[in-house]
Write a protein that binds this ligand. Structure first.
Ligand code: ZN
Length: 441
């Protein structure tokens, strides 16, 4: 089985249109709304939720969407899956404008564990959300995306640093300040004024806006691309973890099933997940409490449920194979990877791993296994945090990728499709086929 070109077109369009976690939620809502999912607001009463499809947004960048085929009063289990909407990158500082030597530059903070070297010499744009008002009126919040290259971080010429290829280090405060424009003035332009003008260009109803604050990031304008002699690779930004978000949203809406199912897309995974909308915050728990107001019924449903935490995994890099455990070498285009860690950096155990293996078998897709070498620190993801917050059996999986946290990452062209098949199968399984078995005592 191979991916349809429709799948890859859809994946490319989803990620290209989502330069930030805010846009990822907006793109997901577009898909859900087209499938008649109904929005619920946390500040309103929900009543008893009957069969139907719903979604909830928190802080514009995290989303829970679910389909109840059976009333929540039935106590039937949920097939749950999660991924994260954010990616490491450069976030614009509150007072960003600097003028040095005729160059207007824009100060940035580093968001998450970004691989910094690939940020040099890229054609960068700006996107995120802005808070604004008009004539001291009520506050508004809008998405914004400049959608064109407006900045770059030029490398230092090798002639000025002859040891750059052997001893390069990057000063995070001084080396990474993007160049926005050239100026003959004595002071830089006002950033809020520039933003207001761009906002009104994108949205005429925001004319005369006064910008009050913003959450803005730089991103690479180069779209996703098929690469390789046989087009078997995909390169692009934010594959970690928007490829997974896309698979979960599509599996949720495509599954032809009469089972209860839910996805959570969390922001802030790349900075530790401790926030109102992160996986170590109360968002999912609060939604579950409202779906199942009766705590005994809720616990019964959760005990029979399974959470599949989906986040990209490290494929073995042919130039650096020694960085992997020699018996656990995930390969590109060989299927989703089940991630295990004895110290609970991943929440997978023998029961949840076995269940996911069965989903892959039933979906007729391959799967692989990963553990980190003992002499390297293991990363983590939303799986262990969600498992600890909710108490739900969890498996950590993800498609294999190279160059994780680079501004341009690499995956195989089959693995997202394999993941989607496995997740659609999971969402369709009967109750007893998602329940962890117990040792007979
Ligand atoms: Zn990730």
């Amino acid at each position: 089985m191979t991916p349809t070109s429709d799948y890859l077109d859809d994946l490319f369009s989803y990620i290209n249109q989502a330069p930030t976690s805010y846009h990822a939620v907006a793109s997901s809502v577009n898909i859900l709304s087209g499938q008649r999912f109904q929005r619920l607001h946390e500040g309103e009463a929900w009543g008893t939720l009957g069969p139907g499809s719903y979604f909830v947004i928190r802080n514009d960048a995290s989303l829970v969407a679910f389909t109840l085929a059976h009333s929540s009063q039935s106590g039937r289990p949920l097939r749950m899956a999660g991924a994260h909407t954010d990616s490491p990158g450069l976030k614009i500082k509150p007072n960003p404008m600097q003028l040095r030597h005729g160059s207007v530059q824009i100060g940035v903070e580093i968001y998450g564990g970004a691989l910094l070297a690939p940020w040099f010499d890229r054609n960068l744009s700006i996107a995120g959300r802005v808070s604004w008002c008009r004539n001291s009126g009520p506050l508004h919040c809008s998405l914004i995306d400049f959608q064109r290259p407006v900045a770059t971080i030029p490398s230092l010429a090798i002639h000025l640093d002859r040891e750059v290829n052997s001893k390069r280090s990057i000063d995070k405060q001084t080396d990474l300040v993007p160049l926005l424009m050239l100026s003959g003035e004595s002071s830089p332009p006002d950033f809020h004024t520039l933003l207001a003008s761009e906002l009104s260009r994108q949205d005429p109803t925001a004319a005369d806006a006064t910008i009050l604050a913003f959450d803005l990031f730089l991103y690479d304008t180069q779209p996703l691309c098929r690469v390789g002699l046989n087009n078997e690779l995909i390169t692009g930004s934010r594959l970690d973890n928007l490829l997974s978000c896309h698979a979960l949203v599509q599996a949720l809406v495509q599954a032809e099933t009469q089972q209860n199912r839910l996805i959570v897309l969390n922001d802030h995974e790349e900075v530790g997940s401790v926030s109102t909308a992160g996986a170590q915050g109360p968002f999912l728990k609060s939604v579950l409490e409202r779906i199942y107001p009766d705590s005994a019924l809720r616990q019964r449903a959760i005990a029979g449920s399974l959470f599949v935490s989906v986040d990209n995994a490290h494929a073995v890099h042919p130039n650096f194979a020694g960085k992997h455990d020699p018996d656990h070498l995930p390969l590109l285009n060989r299927g989703p990877v089940i991630k295990m860690n004895a110290n609970q950096r991943y929440a997978t155990n023998a029961l949840t791993a076995a269940l996911f293996r069965q989903f892959c078998t039933n979906a007729k897709v391959p799967c692989q296994q990963f553990v980190m070498r003992n002499d390297l620190a293991c990363g983590s993801t939303i799986g262990p945090l969600t498992a600890a917050e909710i108490g739900v059996p969890t498996v950590d999986v993800g498609v294999p990728q190279l160059a994780m946290h680079s501004i341009r990452e690499t995956v195989g062209h089959l693995d997202g499709w394999y993941l989607l098949q496995a997740m659609a199968t999971f969402f369709s399984e009967e109750d007893e086929r998602i329940r962890c078995p117990e040792i007979a005592l």
